[in-house]
Ligand binder design. Sequence first.
Ligand SMILES: Cc1ncc(COP(=O)(O)O)c(C=O)c1O
Length: 467
Amino acid sequence: MTANPLAPGWLPHPDDANALAATVWPHGAMRSASGVIALGGAEAPALAAEFGTPLYVVDEADARGRAAAVKAAFDDAFTAIGSRVHVYYAGKAFLSTEIARWMTDAGLNIDICSGGELAVALAARVDPARLGFHGNNKSLSEIDRAVDLGVGAIVLDSVVEIERVAAAAERHGRVQPVRLRINSGVHASTHEFLATAHEDQKFGVPLAEVPAIVEHLRTHPSLRFLGLHSHIGSQIFESDGFAEAARRLLAVHAELLRGGEVPELNLGGGFGIAYTSVDLVTPIEAIARELARVVVAECSALGIQVPAVAIEPGRVIIGPSTVTLYEVGTIKDVAVSVLESDETTAIRKYVSVDGGMSDNIRAALYQADYSVRIANRASDAAPALVRIAGKHCESGDIVVRADYLPGDVEPGDLVAVPATGAYCWSLASNYNYLGRPAVVAVRDGAARVLVRRETESDLLSRDMGIE
Ligand SMILES: Cc1ncc(COP(=O)(O)O)c(C=O)c1O
């Protein structure tokens, strides 16, 4: 069979449009003998029947396993150079009380960036000392609450925040540990990174201003300076951007050591994952080793002690753990011109599902690519190029821009989109008054609800015009 000319260059025509690429699916995903997809031992059609669709299905063992693996990779690499690592799970990727507990069980701390995320962590009974609080515009009440609770570290994002956090710490009679977020000029996305003197973005303070800012910060007895923080981007496949940021930060870190202690260096998150079978990701162990190598080499060139290192991964831990199930509603074969100047057309099969940009906005927002499989059966039908569209009133409402499915995909089929753990549920909306889907965790064949589906009364509950 030949590839559909409308398929993007990166998408290979599959030998088997039922296959589950191991790099993209949770560890516990498989096709059972009857052809249905099972996740964490639970069959997708049974999950859809019990909990409805769309449905986020999180493979608990996979998420816990990845959290432990990331921690072990960085612990091993940094212990080998005589350092220590603090791993913070970036809650913005996907946070619920259960997920917070899985992370702390695995020995991770939690990175939050709003009062709402703080509330979830507290509801999960996470020790506030294990929280790091980010954000370029924390409100006065968020700062006050965080300081009062004894949040382990607050990442200061501007000079204004120095005064705000110092004042809150004085009010509560505390010494608040703080990091300072740096705009390092390094910005990375997937395989490439860009290094400029000044990056045009809202986060952090310019590297050149750091010595004066830290000198000022140190005059506040209610603040304890932990070190510098940088986050250079997301979905990064190579270690070179992190290495460049580490070099830039360590040069300033060395200068700051002349004025007092600097126990830590925080390199942020951003480690990439595979969304499609062609994405080749550097294993996290290799990234950890490379970062440790750069840190130790740089410290020895600067003649300073290796600091403790902190990282804040989100996507690499939770992204691959989750699969979204949808029911197929309508299908259209749309004839599309292959070239603008040509009469020749090819068929793109638009498969519409019962969710869309309200449960996964990444394709619409970032042109992100995903893959898809039929989950309720396997099929020998020839592969057809499909686009998985949502049900919203928006032509950009696409979940999977391009993949091949067996050509006999039909209304009523259940389809599964893998790698939807990060920045899908957390960016979900009620657009068109769709209720947000439930989140269920699967493990050893059993399923339980982590977050229930939103109901019509949830949707109407804040409307004060109802008589
Ligand atoms: C400051 C900071 N840390 C960590 C992360 C987590 O990034 P990722 O989920 O790509 O690892 C982000 C994501 O935006 C971030 O802004």
